[in-house]
Write a protein of this length. Structure first.
Length: 267
């Protein structure tokens, strides 16, 4: 089975006014890969003062390669069903092309399938993604396209560098993100993004998968649980399935099941 990798920041999350806890794509994607018992590596950055959050990641049992950073993302999160409201408390350092050519490249040696999990638009510039994509299949979370790099209430717009998508093999979006960057979730709108594979998660309504120019809906089922991390669970499980040889629709069905099991506490 081919190993996969997750690259991105951890985050300091406050859910519904509760105490700070570890979050971010690197955390939630790793939880999914642990549930799958999948060979993988996680590449992240974190301020040394936040070491307890890193220790929580390490305890998941998947190899972690990390370097110190000056800052890390932080968010306040509230839910009303599938609707999420967020406040950005802090931003994380950008991942530079020099890092991608240096210690990150070493961490990813021999890995062909990589999910990049930005938490804001400035996390991964196009130049960095270009380096990461050399010889690899790159999956990208669209949070790195739409989230403006400002603190306060989360600001979402389509003011991203289109060169970012030149280096992406799989683009994972929420419905809101798809409406922002593509103007719709129909086949024509998603195809216009120019990415070979596009997956739009729709919460309890499932997902839409665009592959080979055709879009197909994959159903899901409602789960009464805190939905934090659902999109990351899906993205990591989808990448793992694709790296294992599954076709896009089969990968989405597998990812739906994995995300549901994690949300329901069954994995």
């Amino acid at each position: 089975m081919r190993p996969v990798a997750i690259v991105g920041h951890l985050a300091r999350d406050r859910i519904a006014g509760g105490p700070p806890r570890v979050g971010g794509g690197a955390w939630h994607c790793t939880r999914a890969l642990r549930a799958l018992e999948r060979e993988a590596v996680v590449v992240t950055k974190i301020p040394p003062a936040e070491r307890p959050l890193l220790d929580a990641l390490v305890r998941l049992g998947i190899p972690v390669c990390w370097k110190p950073s000056e800052s890390m993302p932080g968010f306040g999160i509230e839910y009303d069903g599938d609707v999420r409201t967020m406040v950005v408390d802090s931003l994380g350092d950008a991942w530079t092309p020099e890092e991608a050519r240096g210690w990150v490249r070493e961490a990813l040696r021999g890995i062909e399938w990589v999910h990049v999990a930005p938490l804001g638009r400035t996390d991964f510039p196009a130049e960095t993604l270009e380096v990461l994509a050399r010889g690899r299949r790159l999956s990208l979370d669209a949070q790195g396209l739409v989230r403006a790099p400002v603190t306060g209430p989360l600001a979402v717009d389509a003011d991203y560098d289109p060169a970012i998508l030149d280096h992406v093999s799989i683009l994972k979006l929420s419905e809101e993100e798809a409406l922002t960057v593509a103007g719709g979730i129909d086949e024509r709108s998603l195809r216009a993004l120019g990415v070979p594979e596009v997956v739009v998660t729709l919460g309890s309504r499932g997902s839409i998968v665009l592959a080979d120019g055709l879009a197909e809906h994959v159903s899901a089922w409602p789960i009464e649980a805190d939905p934090t991390g659902a999109g990351d669970f899906f993205a990591a499980a989808y990448l793992a399935a694709r790296a294992g040889g599954a076709a896009p629709i089969a990968a989405a069905r597998r990812a739906t099941a994995v995300a549901g099991d994690l949300l329901a506490g069954r994995a």
